[in-house]
Design a protein around this ligand. Structure first.
Ligand code: FAD
Length: 397
């Protein structure tokens, strides 16, 4: 069995996305990185292809696909433009997947068609200026009014798709986590709100400029000042969002590992081709042992990433939490491997590797974010160690 294409449908999906990437994504990637611009038209083209609600049900405009399919799409997009893929991931995996799995019937009926077509761009607001890894410390709070509406106050930081254009237009809809209570340990009891553009008190703050990488996705601060949200926009029971937050974080981490895989494959392809084309001292540079080390180690790491990513995707059940050990493990391994492979690719290409036209420097910059976003390397190390202490038997299985 081909672990990366377990069925004919998976192979066909890969081919479709690969063709789209070659024709549409690759030609715009360098310019959008330089200009720090999100290509919303291209994003909507993905919507026309039925690819921005990958795991949402077909009768709501989604594609009804599995985690392996999500990995395939992320890998293929990131082969060319990881920044564009990050914007896609924030919408598809952080907003649409969450809504499709945890939203009420009414919310799904009202919003899924809009987000699956690309008419609406969605995002997820979890991180704050002072709370990232320490997510349960978050200060954005929501208080219920007597008429049943909720009043939200706070700021969210680093939100991918938080704005959708250069005018600072905020995302059409935010999957927002807010504190609606505090437990005996001082940790937030979280509730999820669907905040829609136009709701009073919801606005965009600063656009985060001059990012190292992922520059073709927008990153922004979101502001909630006495933002009034109706009760029908609350997801699940107040105070009980931790479970769907964990479920979606696991899905996100596999998705980010898949992005690393696309980066690694592209960098490997670039360094391998260059090592044949480039000559020094009258030989192809691939004849030199030190270059062989760069290529050989990259191939082995790429193959190990590929196996771990697809094996984890195969086992993940999108409807429930419980895959933390491997969603953390695969992201921990794949993100650093991608960064190292991109680094070796620059080294093999020498001076050419250092400039944008040769692609690998952009991928190296993009790869670094994957060690931070969706959970830092340190948080994965912490979680894995905790999970192995709870269940050491898993090592022997
Ligand atoms: C480009 C970009 C896009 C993003 N998109 C989104 C988005 O769409 N939505 C969203 O909600 N967030 C988003 N984020 C935020 C991202 O998830 C956070 O940056 C990340 O979780 C880390 O939080 P922090 O930046 O506050 O760092 P901190 O949590 O302050 O960490 C700083 C350092 O301390 C370490 N550290 C913290 N706690 C521990 C501990 N217990 N043990 C050991 N080390 C520790 C960290 O690992 C890190 O090295 C994005 C970030 C970026 C840069």
């Amino acid at each position: 069995m081909d672990i990366a294409n377990p069925t004919d449908e998976h192979s066909m999906l890969r081919e479709m996305v690969r063709n789209f990437v070659k024709e549409k994504v690759e030609p715009q990637a360098l310019a959008h990185d330089r200009e720090e611009r999100f290509n919303i038209d291209l994003f909507r083209e993905l919507g026309e292809m039925g690819l921005i609600g990958l795991t949402a049900p077909v009768d709501s405009g989604g594609a009804g696909l599995d985690a392996t399919s999500v990995v395939i799409v992320n890998e293929e997009l990131s082969y060319s433009d990881p920044g564009f893929c990050l914007a896609f991931l924030a919408h598809d995996q952080l907003f649409v997947n969450n809504l499709a799995h945890s939203g009420t019937e009414e919310q799904k009926e009202r919003m899924l068609p809009k987000v699956c077509s690309g008419e609406w761009v969605g995002c997820l607001g979890m991180s704050e200026p002072d709370y990232g890894t320490d997510v349960l410390g978050m200060q954005t709070s929501a208080v219920q009014n007597e008429d049943g509406t909720w009043c939200i106050n706070g700021r969210k930081m680093w939100i991918t798709n938080g704005i959708v254009d250069e005018e600072g237009t905020p995302a059409d809809v935010v999957w927002l986590y807010a504190r609606t209570g505090t437990d005996e340990r001082g940790r937030a009891e979280l509730t999820t709100f669907l905040v829609e553009k136009g709701m009073g008190g919801y606005s965009s703050g600063q656009k985060i400029k001059d990012k190292l990488g992922m520059r073709s996705s927008t990153t922004a601060e979101l502001v909630f000042e006495d933002c009034i949200v109706p009760p029908e926009n609350v997801v699940g029971e107040p105070g009980e969002s931790m479970i769907h937050l964990m479920r979606n974080l696991e899905h996100e981490r596999v998705g980010l590992a898949a992005m690393s895989l696309g980066i690694a494959r592209r960098c490997l392809a670039e360094m391998n081709a260059y090592a044949s084309d480039r000559e020094a001292f009258g030989k192809q540079i691939r004849e030199f042992g030190q270059i062989q080390r760069h290529i050989g180690e990259s191939w082995a790491e790429y193959r190990a990433m590929r196996a771990y990513v697809y094996d984890t995707a195969r086992q993940i059940d999108l409807s429930e939490a419980g895959h933390r050990l491997d969603s953390d493990g695969v992201k921990l391994f794949a993100t650093t491997s991608a960064k190292n492979i991109a680094d070796r690719a620059i080294q093999v290409l020498g001076g050419y590797g250092y400039v944008g036209e040769y692609v690998v420097e952009r991928l190296w910059r993009d790869a670094k974010l994957l060690e931070i976003g969706g959970g830092t390397l340190e948080s994965h190390q912490k979680n894995i160690t905790k999970d192995l202490s709870r269940d050491p038997g898993v090592i022997e299985t």
